[in-house]
Design a protein around this ligand. Structure first.
Ligand code: COA
Length: 329
């Protein structure tokens, strides 16, 4: 059996930049506080008339072009997002239409910030068992649409962006060697958008109580994120009989530089220079898009050498988490 490979990558960032200095004018915060607690300097904010499907479409076009394919070559589209344009129809269907990917089925995936690796896992399985030839995975988030910009404990953390990848059996690229996924619904309340679903449909009350904004227990989420991403890395290494010394690049979910540092500390043989942090510094936490952006930048900057192994690890609401090992071929 030939292993599934990522044969094309793409990403998209909206133009508007929101800096820490901008936040100093909006709420009681400082560049010093945000930088020392999170490492974040800037984030991008989508235009009022720019939505998750638009950003996802832009990233997808680039990934398909990078794979040297056409939209009609795509068999199925997965969109990982927690900020879909609508609850239904799926954002995947909206992007299928924009791309004119007329041979593609389409499906949204809800695994919050872990969505990119969850989508990658499904794509790997479906390609390797010959169900589909070319799968387009897209992560796209307009997090600015669910953020209360008066809440300093959450607003400074998040940004908007999209990333995409084409997974296929043919062609050269990043071979997906192993994927591990995990979930635990018992901590669902620690990171949640309380209203808008059937439990708390939109009402005067939900609006008044601000229940259409992200709610998060920051300190608790921090601890779970470090522990779960560490476990996911260990599981993925064990499954492939690899040690941390075999890993050239670690791309953890780009949520907070301190979370990334805490994970890196637990793997003493990993070269600190090869622990990726650029995305969180420049774009904040872009949820499902974050590791996809990092992967696209690494590849486009020609930083990946032949046969190098890249370890992605993710964590998000649910809680969900996971890790994937890719090899550059
Ligand atoms: N500017 C200034 N002060 C702020 C602030 C901001 N933007 N946000 C919070 N504070 C204040 C708090 O109000 C609190 O003040 P108090 O002691 O007077 O009550 C103080 O800073 C400390 O808050 P605390 O929550 O203890 O800070 P922290 O060190 O835990 O850092 C986070 C807060 C949110 C940065 C951190 O908990 C975190 O990153 N958690 C993980 C979040 C995450 O990545 N979520 C997504 C995972 S997918």
């Amino acid at each position: 059996m030939k292993k599934a490979k990522i044969i094309g990558l793409g990403s998209y960032l909206p133009k508007k930049v929101l800096t820490n200095a901008d936040f100093e004018k909006m709420i009681d915060t400082s560049d010093e506080w945000i930088t020392s607690r999170t490492g974040i300097k800037e984030r991008r904010i989508a235009a009022d008339d720019e939505f998750t499907s638009d950003m996802g479409y832009e990233a997808a076009k680039k990934a398909i072009e990078d794979a040297k394919l056409k939209a009609e070559d795509i068999d199925i589209i997965f969109v990982a997002t927690l900020t879909p344009d609508y609850i239904f129809p799926s954002t995947a269907c909206l992007i299928q239409e924009k791309l004119e990917a007329k041979n593609a089925a389409a499906l949204d995936i809800q695994a919050a910030c872990s969505g990119y690796v969850y989508a990658l896992s499904l794509a790997k399985a479906l390609v390797e068992n010959n169900t589909y030839k070319n799968i387009l995975i897209i992560a796209s988030e307009k997090l600015s649409s669910i953020i209360n910009y008066k809440d300093r404990s959450t607003s400074v953390l998040f940004g908007d962006a999209a990333a995409a990848a084409v997974v296929s059996q043919d062609g050269s690229g990043l071979e997906i060697q192993s994927i591990y996924l995990g979930a635990s619904g018992s901590e669902a309340d620690l990171l949640i958008l309380p209203a808008g679903g059937c439990k708390n449909p939109a009402s005067e009350k939900t609006l008044k109580e601000g229940l259409h904004y992200i709610k998060m227990g920051g300190k608790e989420v921090f601890k779970h994120a470090v522990r779960r991403m560490q476990q996911a890395i260990e599981k993925c290494l064990k499954e492939t009989n690899l040690s941390e010394k075999d890993i050239s690049w670690l791309i953890p979910h780009q949520a907070n530089e301190r979370i990334i540092d805490a994970i890196a500390k637990r793997f003493e043989h990993l070269d600190n220079e090869k622990v990726y942090k650029e995305v969180v510094r420049k774009f904040g936490n872009t949820s499902a898009s974050s590791v996809g952006l990092a992967l696209d930048f690494l590849k486009k900057e020609n930083k990946l050498k032949s046969k190098e192994k890249i370890l992605l690890t993710v964590f998000g609401a649910g809680f969900t988490w996971g890790a994937a090992i890719l090899e550059n071929n």
